[in-house]
Design a protein around this ligand. Structure first.
Ligand code: AMP
Ligand code: MG
Length: 457
């Protein structure tokens, strides 16, 4: 039985952006439970090439429970800044997280292994550095749902309950540590930190190295070393975000807290907090109670991604071109393309949802927009509506979610036999998404010691 061999690539390359980490969780009281491996994710473990026997070992319990470190590993907390609800925080950083290191998968890919809820760090400010079981499970469940839907995402490898309890909102839920697997934890906020918060001299030195590192790690083919690397990196990140936003809106996912520190350069969904899958379709839906202005409402997600990308572009300007005017022009050109790429990705996704498997036609976009308008007006269940459409196509019966006029236009448009089109639609449109009431009930049960509902979900 051997544990994973972790490298400290990022920590070694950017000592300025990390703080060494040692376990800091408070000692358990005598009456506390002992830490338990609450769940593991065998699929992710397999992708990483982890030995199942290690994952269930005492060493794994200590490492993934944030009470020990792997021999020869160099865990670090990462520094980053971030624009939160539009205002800039010059230094955030991992206040309750640690990057254990990178792991190279059997497929030859590099992944970050990180903990969340691992205790206080130099970045904790007033926070306790802790996570609790419900939200840890939520991150696991939503990541798995996202992955199953084929949308890029970070995933949870394991959840360890710490044995003690943590003050939260007047209650004392069980403490937990989750292990997160990510293509990396580089985020827009990492670049904002270097470009905006560090002194001109040190930031100017780090920025080109950070660009080279991010490009090599995530987009080696489209952003190779050279004078245009920063511009190519910006374009690649923008493209990845356009794809991600189209994926989210197609399945009805609302992230909820799209601050720049929660936007990964890799294009993976990261930091599942107050997020949700829409039930009744409402483009103005907001899920986070702190988002009182609706900044991160459902239909704002692509515009906010563009806003975040603009912060990324600003950070890169000095490297995009030595002439500031020219740099702005080049960056603007790239950012303008985001809108085009997003619309294209969204059209592709929604055409597939409607069973339009043939070449696009001029009226397709209008058909999609008028459908979404009707779903909103009728308060249709967003997930089931697409399944009902497929049913209606084969049965010929009307459905409550859409008007007969729209249905007739769609029927006239679908290519091929209704049964074949319906089958293609049902392969695209999910039947199951994590529904809020089921998720909440399952998480509440789990926090109270009853995990059956969660496991079933
Ligand atoms: P989030 O909104 O979860 O992405 O977190 C935003 C910032 O707050 C990050 O710097 C986190 O590390 C920090 N943070 C969130 N919760 C805690 C906590 N319980 N203790 C310390 N820092 C926290
Ligand atoms: Mg975050």
């Amino acid at each position: 039985m051997t544990g994973p061999r972790l490298t400290a690539d990022f920590a070694g390359a950017f000592p300025e952006l990390v703080r060494e980490w040692q376990p800091t969780l408070p000692a358990l009281r005598e009456d506390a439970d002992s830490p338990q491996l609450y769940l593991t994710n065998p699929g992710v473990a397999d992708d990483l090439g982890l030995e199942p026997s290690w994952l269930h070992s005492q060493e794994a319990l200590e490492v993934l429970g944030a009470r020990g470190i792997l021999p020869e590993s160099q865990p670090v907390s990462q520094a980053y800044a971030g624009s939160q609800f539009g205002s800039f925080s010059p230094l955030l950083g991992d206040g309750r997280a640690v990057l254990l290191g990178e792991i190279t998968t059997p497929a030859g890919e590099q992944r970050d292994l990180a903990l969340k809820g691992s205790g206080r760090t130099p970045f904790s400010r007033g926070g306790d550095g802790r996570a609790v079981l419900g939200p840890a499970l939520r991150e696991h469940l939503f990541g798995e749902a996202m992955a199953a839907l084929g949308i890029p995402t970070t995933r949870v490898l394991a959840v360890v309950t710490t044995g003690d309890r943590v003050f939260r909102d007047g209650g004392m839920p069980p403490g937990a540590v989750l292990t997160r697997v990510a293509a990396s934890h580089l985020r827009v906020g990492t670049f904002e930190l270097v470009a905006r918060s560090m002194s001109h001299e040190s930031g100017a030195d780090i920025l080109p190295r950070l660009v080279a590192y991010a490009a090599a790690r995530h987009f080696p083919d489209v952003a190779p070393p050279g004078p245009d690397q920063a511009g190519h990196l910006l374009a690649a990140v923008a493209k990845a975000q356009a794809t991600l936003m189209a994926g989210w809106v197609a399945v009805g996912f609302l992230h909820g807290v799209m601050n720049t520190d929660n936007m990964a350069l890799s294009g993976e969904t990261i930091d599942y907090g107050p997020c949700a899958w829409l039930e009744a379709y409402d483009p103005d839906a907001v899920f986070s109670s702190i988002d009182s202005g609706g900044r991160y409402r459902f239909r704002n997600q692509a515009p906010i991604a563009l806003w975040n990308l603009s912060r990324f572009a600003e950070s890169l300007l000095p490297l995009i071109d030595p002439s500031p005017d020219r740099a702005v022009d080049l960056a603007t050109e790239v950012l303008d393309r985001f809108q085009v790429d997003y619309e294209q990705a969204r059209l592709t996704a929604f055409r597939a949802k409607l069973g339009l498997t043939d070449a696009a036609r001029p009226g397709d976009a209008e058909l999609i927009e008028s459908l979404l308008g009707e779903l909103a007006t009728n308060g249709a269940d967003y997930t089931l509506a697409w399944r009902h459409l497929a049913d209606a196509l084969t049965s010929g019966e009307p459905i409550a979610e859409v008007s007969e006029g729209w249905m007739a236009a769609w029927r006239a448009r679908v290519p091929g036999e209704p049964a074949a089109v319906a089958e293609a639609m049902n392969r695209t449109n999910p039947l199951y998404v994590p529904r809020n009431h089921l998720v909440e009930a399952a998480l509440e049960g789990a926090a109270g010691g009853e995990r059956a509902a969660y496991d079933r979900l």
